[in-house]
Design a protein around this ligand. Sequence first.
Ligand code: SF4
Length: 358
Amino acid sequence: MPEGAEESGRGMTELDFAAVVPGLLDWYDRNARILPWREDSSPYRVWISEIMLQQTRVEAAKPYFERFLAALPDLEALAAAPEEQLLKLWEGLGYYSRVRNLARCARILLAEYGGRFPASAEELRGLPGIGEYTAGAIASISFGLPEPAVDGNVLRVAARLTGYTGEVAQPRFRKEITERLRAVYPAGRCGDFTQSLMELGAVVCLPNGAPKCSLCPLAELCEGRLAGTAAEIPVRAPKKPRRVELRSVFLLCCGERVALRKRPPEGLLAGLWEFPSLAGAFEPSRQAELGIPPETPVRRVLSARHVFTHLEWEMQGYLVELPQPPAGYQWVTREELEERISLPSAFRAFRRFLLTGK
Ligand code: SF4
């Protein structure tokens, strides 16, 4: 926290957000990137793109978006998609509950809203997986309503613009910024205003490293820049260290097939496929827990690490060749593993090992 900053809600100037609008829109008109979801601002496309962008950078999201839209171009296709297809289309993006919520939401829209998105942020917020931010994005970009979409990027831009040196994660700050922005949404250009704030945060008022103030259309108004504190904003509370968990992962092979199982329906990676695994370090005395007959060689082949939001898995991988398939697993070919099965990226290194030997 910069010297002199206090707990929360401090340091924010009375910057008139109305003064920001013309310069920002003018800059956006001249600089907006061409992005696949901007070609057409129908709610379906805005919704899918915003859910993807909650966890992924724009460049990485583009091929996912195009693949998803080609496979599931509308609500009907999404509502009818088998779960395996949904998970495969989402593979690599993580947070699989989001794609399940997309399908749930599509079914609700078809059953209760006549297959249309409601043109109201409040009703949008009542749908599965649609929070304050996504509702604001759809309402403003697709329906032209004066509804801000305030995510971490917009909070950062707003904190710098107002020279705010309190913690940006405070709900009070988000609420105040949302209200102040809502009051200045320009009639007829609500969607562009939402996108111009996002765009400025993505390409000029950057999240990592110094903001590019010399390229910024708001430089003359920006209190953070004028006070020389922009680079120290946004202020965030220190993160708690992640819990580290040791796991033993087993590549059980029987001829051409390998064993998978579904994770429990609740909790981390709920209901997704995984290689059989045990919490903690492997001891031969634990083989029976996995149905591996005693005396079967268990060879340690690789290690991998995966970082979740609050947790880190340190994984040791073991290869086991079995003459008979033990019960309790789904046995799939390597080809199915590559083309049909969606595996969480936590297991990417193990799948690669099975497919390539490396
Ligand atoms: Fe961000 Fe700099 Fe622009 Fe202020 S002047 S909004 S800190 S890029």
